[in-house]
Design a protein around this ligand. Structure first.
Ligand SMILES: *Cc1c(COP(=O)(O)O)cnc(C)c1O
Length: 596
């Protein structure tokens, strides 16, 4: 079997609709980014300055995402004769990095992209970056903030102040005279349907956010003047809504609420703000798991437009203008985080020793037989590990050595059996994976620990906070079969600074399924499985080996933590000038914190 870059494209998930647009592997086996018809090698970008790692920010990609998503909406609206408009806003919460906001304004200008602000600093920032778009003012308000909105009418096309409580409705009474020309009011609705995402506590009857219907009636009753000022209903079901089924339910709830309120109480309603929730496929598998939706961007838009159109027609009303408020999908791809491998350590100790079990492993002929022995082996290992309380050094060394040898022998044997009779072995391996038998645990376990020069707390905080999955791809050697499964450790002194999950979804017919060196599994063709180590290469001596984490552009900048004093990380900014030529700028004169 010869490993080629096509195998790496499959293994590392570079073939999905989006990744295929953004990434490739060059003939040297290096990961490259595709920007404006050019390709740049990530490893080269870092080696040029001998960097320990960096966040690479590709600003033209923000433009590509904006064009892509806006294009889907405009096409759908046109083709369906949808008689409402597309009014996008960017929620500053997702990433308020100066370059990100500047790029949204630059690339979103032709679609009148506006802002959604959920706090006073976000509101002030939004007012300072003027656009012709909508300004949605969300979150807990006070009078100072409202005054700023009134004083800065040139900063937006139209401002909508969301109210979320009776207190906020009363707050508006003081500026009642100012409302209705350029400044309007919206109701943030507390959705009934819970969005089935890890963030779905943003919705449901006990949610922190939004008005229950009963409060809406109360507000209208107490302050009847407000009826005419309300032009928008604002919904947000949580970030990362991953199933089509949930989308249908939430869009249906939105349009039903809209039609009822418009007919009975709020004649001037025009907008539905659909909130965030457009899920980003962090696995590139479209699997419907927490980090991978079961739908594409195109399907999201189609389901929304179709649901709104059908319900509005049934009720005989004009369909609403659509305020699109997702930020994650727009900015996630633009940042790639890269870190250099600075040490490779054994996962378990290096010593080996012979025991009877090894002979049994060696004499097994099928995966089924091996699977039985793996079960026995796991019991033996568990028993060995239960005696470790008063263990002396010598015994501990022996014990570690025995365990490591058992792992090595089982994995080596599994690969040998597979190479002799692939079809049958594959069937048995798939069965092992399905039932999670001990053999499967052996074959998907790491044998190495790679230390990378970065802080997970600083670069991928959501990994630490919610175990968020990010795709991991080596930046070089992609023309070679991965050598080992390894965990990735950062340089913080914290046991949480370690990654040990890799989602593998090899296509049917992919038959090169074992690592080169430690004989671990790379995947089961046709199945999505989770490996407990990341497939990586053993670089030559003095060879720089970098590892990239993809799609880190949403939320990671604002949430970055300064654990262990690791507060800064080099940046490489890739921008374009007005003629469309690429400009590469290094912001790497940060404090020299990172081992090289
Ligand atoms: C967080 C948030 C968003 C962004 O949602 P994503 O799905 O992460 O893009 C949009 N609207 C509101 C009100 C939010 O709180």
């Amino acid at each position: 079997m010869v490993w080629g870059i096509e195998n790496s494209r499959e293994l590392y998930g570079l073939k999905g609709v989006l990744n295929n647009q953004l990434f490739d592997i060059n003939e040297k086996g290096e990961l490259v980014v595709k920007i404006k018809g050019k390709t740049l090698s990530i490893a080269e970008l870092l080696k040029k300055r001998g960097l320990p790692g960096a966040n690479i920010r590709i600003l033209p990609w923000i433009g590509e995402m904006i064009d892509y998503i806006a294009g889907l909406f405009l096409k759908n609206i046109r083709e369906n004769n949808y008689r409402g408009e597309f009014r996008p806003v960017y929620p500053l919460k997702v990433n308020h990095h100066e370059l990100v906001l500047r790029s949204i304004k630059r690339y979103g200008g032709k679609y009148s992209w506006g802002w959604e602000a959920g706090t006073l600093p976000e509101l002030y920032e939004a007012l300072s970056i003027k656009t012709k778009g909508l300004l949605v003012i969300d979150g807990v308000k006070d009078f100072r903030g409202l005054k700023r909105v009134i004083e800065n009418k040139e900063a937006y096309g139209e401002a909508i102040i969301d109210i979320e409580s009776i207190r906020e409705a009363e707050l508006l009474e003081e500026i009642r005279e100012q409302l209705g020309d350029k400044i309007w009011v919206g109701f943030r609705i507390r959705p009934m349907f819970r969005g089935e995402s890890i963030w779905s506590s943003s919705s449901g009857l006990s949610s922190k956010f939004g008005l229950p219907l009963s409060s809406i009636y109360k507000i209208i009753e107490k302050q009847p003047w407000i009826k005419d000022k309300i032009i928008m209903l604002h919904f947000h079901y949580g970030s990362q809504i991953v199933t089509k089924d949930a989308l249908k339910k939430m869009f249906t709830e939105m349009i039903n609420t809209y039609t009822v309120l418009k007919e009975k109480y709020l004649p001037n309603l025009r907008y539905i703000d659909t909130g965030g929730g457009l899920a980003f496929d962090y696995e590139s598998t479209l699997s419907g798991s927490s980090y991978s939706p079961d739908y594409t961007f195109r399907e999201y838009v189609e389901i929304m437009v179709k649901t709104f159109k059908e319900h509005a027609e049934e009720q005989g009303i004009l369909p609403p203008d659509i305020v699109f408020e997702s930020g994650r999908a727009i900015v996630a791809p633009h940042r790639i985080s890269v870190a250099k491998v600075i040490d490779i350590r054994p996962y378990i100790s290096e010593l080996g020793t012979e025991i009877e079990l090894i002979e049994k492993i060696q004499s097994s002929k099928t995966i089924k037989e091996l699977s039985e022995i793996a079960r026995e082996s796991e019991n033996i290992i568990n028993r060995l590990l239960s005696f470790t309380e008063n263990i002396d050094l010598k015994r501990r060394e022996l014990l570690e050595g025995m365990i490591k040898t058992i792992y090595e022998e089982i994995a080596g044997k599994a690969k040998e059996i597979y190479l002799m009779d692939k079809d049958n072995a594959l069937k048995d391996l798939a069965e092992n994976a399905r039932t999670g038998r001990p053999l499967y645990r052996f074959l998907t376990s790491p044998s190495k620990r790679y230390v990378l020069s970065f802080s997970l707390f600083n670069v991928l905080p959501d990994y630490v906070i919610l175990n968020q999955y990010f795709q991991i791809v080596p930046c070089s050697m992609l023309d070679k079969r991965p050598d080992v499964l390894a965990t990735i450790s950062d340089i913080t002194c914290d046991s949480m600074g370690e990654i040990s999950e890799f989602i593998s979804k090899l296509p049917e017919g992919f038959d090169d399924i074992f690592t080169e060196e430690d004989n671990r599994l790379l995947g089961i063709p046709g199945k999505r499985i989770i490996l407990r180590g990341i497939p990586l290469h053993l670089p030559g001596k003095n060879e720089d080996y970098y590892v990239a984490f993809l799609h880190t552009g949403a939320y990671q900048d604002p949430l970055a933590m300064g654990h262990n004093m690791l507060e800064e990380y080099p940046e490489i900014i890739i921008d374009e000038n007005n003629d469309g030529e690429l400009i590469i700028r290094y912001e790497d004169n940060v404090k020299d914190y990172y081992p090289r």
